[in-house]
Structure formats: structure tokens, C-alpha cells
Design a protein around this ligand. Structure first.
Ligand code: 5GP
Ligand code: ZN
Length: 134
């Protein structure tokens, strides 16, 4: 897409600090520079979010997440968080599917917290509403 910032990064129109690349996937440092090594993994083709991502592309992005997780652990990190926001309500700002990878160190000061509104329903009620049969 012409206006998509991540498509521009794929095309080299906007610079990035590349961490990994293959034919279909690109991984680069998040511009925020918050958690050291905060990496974004994206499909090279424009797909808005997880909901619109085809299964094959999703597998390629996820397999890169696993590859980089192993790489970060090999480099001496102690853990990794994977986060993906799907749609604006979840906090998705860039409308090009991506997974955040946060390399972690034991006792680092990073805090990935979520403070949703207080739950008013029981687990049983919630499970009844959400259950999906295969
Ligand atoms: P979201 O909230 O959509 O899941 O996260 C989008 C992420 O993209 C944010 O963490 C933001 O810092 C990052 N980001 C936005 N614009 C750019 C950019 O031009 N370059 C890079 N490297 N990251 C960006
Ligand atoms: Zn895009």
C-alpha cells in the first residue's frame, strides 16, 4: 500500500535497522527503542492484521518469530515476549500485520503490563460465550 509505513520500509523508502530478512518476511528494530532489541516481524506483502493474514503467511511470520527467539536466547537473553495487536481496539497503530518480539533479561526493568477493566462475569459465563468447537 502506498501510504503504509511498513510497506515503505520493505521497499527501502524508509530506513530501518534490519535484524533478519528472507523472501517473505522482514524483521527490524522498533523505532521506539524501549526494551533493548524490541523487534518487529512483518510479512513483506501488505496484510492489515492477523485477521486478514492468510494461514501460509502467518506460518512464515511465526516461524521467523521462533527462529529469532532461539537466536536471541543463543545471544544471551534469558527470555522473549511475543505480542501482536489486532485492530485499533487492541492498540494496533500501524495497520500492517506485525509481531513484536521483546528480548528479556532476568530481573530487567521492563514491564509488559495489561490493565483491562475489571472482569464482572464468572469464568464459566465467559467460557460459555467464547467456546469454539473444532
Ligand atoms: P502497534 O501498536 O501497531 O502494535 O505497534 C506499531 C509499532 O511500530 C510501534 O511500537 C512503533 O514504535 C513502531 N513504528 C512505527 N513507525 C515506525 C517506523 O517508521 N519505523 C520503525 N522501525 N518502527 C515504527
Ligand atoms: Zn503495508
Amino acid at each position: 500500500m502506498d501510504t503504509c509505513i511498513f510497506c515503505k520500509i520493505v521497499k527501502g523508502e524508509i530506513p530501518c535497522y534490519k535484524i533478519y530478512e528472507n523472501k517473505d518476511v522482514l524483521a527490524f528494530l522498533d523505532i521506539e527503542n524501549d526494551v533493548p532489541g524490541h523487534t518487529l516481524i512483518i510479512p513483506k506483502k501488505h496484510l492489515t492484521d492477523l485477521d486478514s493474514c492468510d494461514e501460509k503467511t502467518y506460518q512464515k511470520v511465526l516461524s521467523t518469530a521462533k527462529k529469532l527467539t532461539k537466536h536471541f536466547l543463543f545471544l544471551g537473553f534469558d527470555g522473549v515476549n511475543l505480542v501482536s495487536n489486532c485492530k485499533e481496539a487492541s492498540g494496533q497503530i500501524v495497520q500492517h500485520f506485525h509481531i513484536h518480539l521483546f528480548p528479556r533479561k532476568t530481573n530487567d526493568e521492563a514491564k509488559l503490563t495489561m490493565q483491562p477493566a475489571k472482569q464482572k462475569e464468572t469464568l464459566e459465563t465467559v467460557a460459555k460465550k467464547l467456546r469454539l468447537e473444532d
